[in-house]
Design a protein around this ligand. Structure first.
Ligand code: B12
Length: 210
């Protein structure tokens, strides 16, 4: 097994010291920080996500895995920004009003930060005017809306409507377990992504449009 796979395995085994140790080993061997991020940490979190969906892993395991990912990111972040050398753009993200779930949103934030974006985390239960204040203060290129509760989904449309005056300057991406591309199209979001790794791709793609 190569070091990239060993880091991934350590993450899946929820062995935080081993994740740290293997990342340092990988860097010493000359692996690039972005390869470690994508092929070990993001790939590992994807496996964790699938196992969680299949019922092999439960919430405590997901939380430890997220912590392991964070520990790994702490090592990689200074190196990634040194390589990337510039901020790629600002993303403001929050879980919408009425919804308190934030594990998925936090994963998206971690991946975006790892990929060199500046992220403004608005937290959970975020009303439209809090998004607006963030837009006026931080001028993000992309606003991300997260939702897990189906009962709260109509609030997405309300939020998007209230952000309408700002949409020339920014793109709106949405995500969360109940969201589909079809729903995103229906309510007029600019993008949707099913998981944290593809959220990064989507944000990159939108920002590259102009
Ligand atoms: C953990 C959890 C909780 C925790 C939340 C802890 C926290 N800090 O987030 C607690 C215990 C607090 C909780 C509370 C409740 N929960 Co809950 N919870 C869950 C659970 C088990 C896991 C959710 C999760 O974290 N998944 C893991 C993450 C990684 O996945 P994810 O969120 O989907 O995120 C990924 C993608 O969706 C995407 N993504 C996420 N956000 C975004 C944003 C953008 C912009 C993009 C591009 C992508 C993106 O990327 C992420 C990473 O890959 C789910 C069950 C499930 N199987 O999903 C129920 C679930 C979501 N909860 C549910 C319910 C009903 C509740 C409660 C109402 C329960 C109650 N009666 O009190 C309350 C509601 C509180 C509130 N107002 O929000 C239901 C919702 C049902 C429905 N149809 O709406 C679920 C589905 C459980 C069930 N089967 O009944 N919950």
């Amino acid at each position: 097994m190569g070091t990239l796979d060993e880091i991934k395995a350590a993450l899946i085994n929820l062995d935080i010291p081993q994740v740290q140790c293997k990342i340092h080993q990988g860097l010493a061997e000359g692996l690039s920080p972005s390869a470690i991020l994508e092929k070990s940490l993001i790939a590992g979190m994807n496996t964790i996500g699938s196992r969680f969906k299949e019922g092999d892993f439960f919430m405590p395991e997901v939380l430890v895995a997220a912590k392991a990912m964070h520990t790994g990111l702490d090592i990689l972040k200074p190196l990634l920004t040194a390589v990337e050398n510039r901020v790629k753009g600002t993303v403001a993200i929050g879980t919408i009003k009425g919804d308190l779930h934030d594990i998925g949103k936090n994963l998206v934030i971690m991946m975006l930060e790892g990929a060199g974006f500046e992220v403004v985390d608005l937290g959970v239960d975020v009303p439209p005017d809090k998004f607006i204040t963030a837009i006026e203060t931080h001028h993000p290129r992309v606003v991300g809306l997260s939702v897990l509760l189906t009962s709260v989904m109509p609030q997405l449309q309300t939020t998007i409507q209230q952000l309408e005056p700002y949409r020339r300057e920014l793109y709106i991406v949405i995500g969360g377990a109940p969201i589909t591309q079809q729903y995103a199209d229906k309510i007029g979001a600019d993008g949707y992504a099913p998981d944290a790794a593809s959220a990064v791709d989507k944000v990159r793609e939108l920002i590259a449009r102009n």
